[in-house]
Ligand binder design. Structure first.
Ligand code: SAM
Length: 250
C-alpha cells in the first residue's frame, strides 16, 4: 500500500548515504525533493532515474494533493531535502503532517544530520540541548532571540550561513558574554572540516584570523548558562517582595 519514506541524504560526503536510503530511493515511484536539480544530481550519481516533484516552503501545501494521489494508488514516495535529514530546518513538515492525517504510514530512513554530527564531537553536555535552527537574519531580531535564550541551561545549537557567522559570533559575545564556551563545526564531512572551540571571544577571534574562516556551512553550539544558585531566580519569593514594595508606596 501507499507509504511515505522520509530519507536522510549526505551533508557533504556522498559515502554517508546509507544502504537503506539507496534501496528505498531505488524502489519508490516518486521522489519529492526540495530542489529537483540538486536531488537529480544525487540520483544520477547513484545511477537512478526517477520521477520527481519539487517541494519547497512556498508550494508545500499544493504538492500534498499530488503526493496523496500517488499514495492513494498504493505507490511509494520518498521525501528528501538538499542535505541531511528532511524537516530539520528543511521543508517537509506539512507533507508529513497531512500524509499522516490521511492515514498513510510514514517511515524514516535515518542518516546524516548536521546538528547531531556536530554535537557528537563538540564535547559539550548533550543530556539536554535546545536546537534553535536559524536565528533571525537582522541584528536586532537576532539579539533579542539570543537574549531570550541567555538563561537557558541546556546546550544551545544553531545553524548559520557563511555570510552571517561573524555577526552571530559577535552578538553571542555581546549577549552571552565573552567567556561563554562555544564550539563551531564548519564543513562537516567535507574536505575542509574544521572546529573552533573556546570562549565566545576566542572563537570569534579564530574565525576572523582564519582566511577561510567565514566560508562554508556552520553549526554553532553554546554551553548552557550556569544554573542560578538555589534561592534565586525561579524560587524568588514574589509575595514577600510585593509586600516590601507595597510598604514603599506613598
Ligand atoms: N536538514 C539539514 C540537516 O539535517 O542538518 C539542515 C538543512 S539547513 C537548510 C542547512 C544548514 O545546516 C547550514 O546552513 C548549516 O548551518 C547546517 N549544515 C548543513 N550541512 C552542514 C555541514 N556539512 N557542516 C556544517 N553545517 C552544515
Amino acid at each position: 500500500g501507499g507509504l511515505l519514506y522520509v530519507v536522510a541524504t549526505p551533508i557533504g560526503n556522498l559515502d554517508d548515504l546509507s544502504e537503506r536510503a539507496l534501496q528505498v530511493l531505488s524502489k519508490v515511484d516518486l521522489v519529492a525533493a526540495e530542489d529537483t536539480r540538486h536531488t537529480g544530481r544525487l540520483l544520477q550519481h547513484l545511477g537512478l532515474s526517477k520521477q520527481m516533484i519539487a517541494l519547497h516552503d512556498h508550494n508545500e501545501r499544493g504538492r500534498v494533493a499530488k503526493i496523496l494521489e500517488v499514495l492513494g494508488e498504493g505507490r511509494q514516495v520518498a521525501l528528501v531535502s538538499d542535505a541531511g535529514t528532511p524537516l530539520i530546518s528543511d521543508p517537509g513538515y506539512i507533507v508529513v503532517r497531512e500524509v499522516r492525517a490521511a492515514g498513510f504510514p510514514v517511515s524514516p530512513i535515518p542518516g546524516p544530520c548536521a546538528l547531531v554530527a556536530a554535537l557528537s564531537v563538540a564535547g559539550l553536555p548533550t543530556d539536554r540541548f535546545l536546537f534553535a535552527g536559524f536565528l533571525p537574519a537582522k541584528g536586532s531580531g537576532r539579539r533579542s532571540a539570543l537574549t531570550e535564550l541567555s538563561a537557558e541551561t541546556a546546550t544551545l545549537v544553531f545553524y548559520e550561513s557563511p555570510h552571517r557567522i561573524t555577526d552571530l559570533m559577535a552578538d553571542l559575545v555581546t549577549v552571552f558574554g565573552a567567556e561563554r564556551e562555544c564550539v563551531l563545526g564548519r564543513e562537516l564531512t567535507k574536505t575542509f572540516e574544521t572546529f573552533y572551540a573556546g570562549s565566545a571571544e576566542a572563537v570569534l577571534a579564530q574565525l576572523q584570523g582564519d582566511p577561510h574562516g567565514a566560508r562554508g556551512e556552520f553549526v554553532v553550539m553554546v554551553h548552557g548558562a550556569a544554573p542560578l544558585p538555589a534561592g534565586e531566580g525561579a524560587s524568588l519569593d514574589t509575595d514577600k517582595l510585593l509586600g516590601l514594595l507595597i510598604k514603599e508606596l506613598p
